[in-house]
Design a protein around this ligand. Structure first.
Ligand code: ADP
Length: 300
């Protein structure tokens, strides 16, 4: 049995219902979405844990219950007094969705404040997964602490998987963001970027440039997603390419990349060759974007 630890922030989601002015509570966040899909895809065959921090209030408890019900282990989630979880609200304006966030003070920002806790949480794991959003919410000191813990985990034989998930609004400056993302790639075995974001912030001319840059940073395996476009794959050798099956209707692209990452890792764990893992990942993401919301039941 493999133990996978996904590291980051889960937030409360307030999404509009069919009743005017009424909102429904859910839970989502990039690394949690990936853990959620992984838990469904892997069932009891493997253990998926979430590494984060929450408060000790009722909504934090509700979040932990949600994770446990999804089969995600919560032993690596710190419960910090006096803090609470982050929140975002989805609003519909003329059919367009807009997002507002309240996450500046969230408990998850403390997830890497204790080296011993990080080492213990990663201790018996084989795979650690994190993202650029995980790094963005941390202080400089805690970001360095997390990257050091991941480097030690990798030295000890663990596999580190990273999705850069560039979100400039969460960073002090674009330069801090790109430097931190590159530092994260340096401690990662596998990097799963999305070309469009990378082109904007790293100036990559094409997906090949994104792939080459992360291989140069030290990753052994790089898979470059590109929305509906061709996916580029390299694990050190020649580049291979997979075209996602065109989705007949795109309803909501939320969690396309997150579900892709889970589909990819689950198929790799099942022993499939890398190109097949990408085909499976794209098939899952292609289904996820045809329904509303981040989390689409897909097991069985
Ligand atoms: P992110 O959500 O991280 O920005 P992408 O937009 O690159 O990631 O999408 C991730 C994956 O989702 C793609 O590699 C592809 O497999 C799938 N996908 C996204 N948009 C479409 C689409 N319009 N049609 C089919 N597949 C898509």
């Amino acid at each position: 049995m493999t133990r996978i630890v996904s590291i980051g922030e889960c937030m409360v989601e307030l999404a509009p219902t069919n009743i005017e002015g009424s909102y429904q509570i859910g839970f989502a966040g990039d690394t949690m979405n990936t853990a959620w899909y992984l838990s469904q895809l892997l069932g009891d065959a493997h253990q998926v844990d979430y590494l984060s921090a929450v408060g000790q209030d009722a909504i934090s408890e509700q979040m932990l219950e949600f994770l446990q019900e999804a089969g995600i282990g919560t032993d690596s989630i710190q419960r910090l007094p006096g803090l609470t979880v982050g929140l975002y609200m989805i609003q519909l304006q003329d059919g367009e969705r807009s997002f507002s966030y309240w996450r500046g003070q969230s408990a998850a920002r403390m997830l890497a404040s204790d080296s011993d806790q990080l080492a213990a949480a990663l201790g018996s794991a084989q795979i650690a997964f994190f993202s650029g959003i995980t790094l963005a919410i941390l202080s400089d000191q805690d970001r360095a602490r997390l990257l050091a813990a991941l480097a030690a985990f990798r030295t000890g034989g663990g596999t580190v998987v990273f999705d850069p998930n560039l979100r400039p609004r969460l960073w002090d400056s674009p330069d801090t963001m790109t430097a931190s993302i590159t530092a994260a790639a340096e401690v990662s075995d596998t990097v799963l970027p999305s070309h469009e974001d990378e082109a904007t912030w790293f100036g990559d001319a094409d997906p090949e440039a994104t792939l080459a840059r992360y291989l140069k940073a030290g990753a052994q395996t790089v898979v470059v997603k590109n929305g509906p476009g061709e996916i580029l794959i390299s694990d050190g050798g020649a580049i291979s390419r997979v075209s996602p099956v065109a989705a007949p209707t795109v309803v909501d692209t939320t969690a396309a990349g997150d579900s892709f990452n889970a589909g990819f890792l689950a198929s790799q764990l099942a022993g499939k060759p890398i190109d097949q893992a990408v085909i499976d990942a794209a098939a899952l993401a292609g289904r996820v974007i045809q329904s509303r919301g981040a989390l689409m039941p897909c097991a069985g």
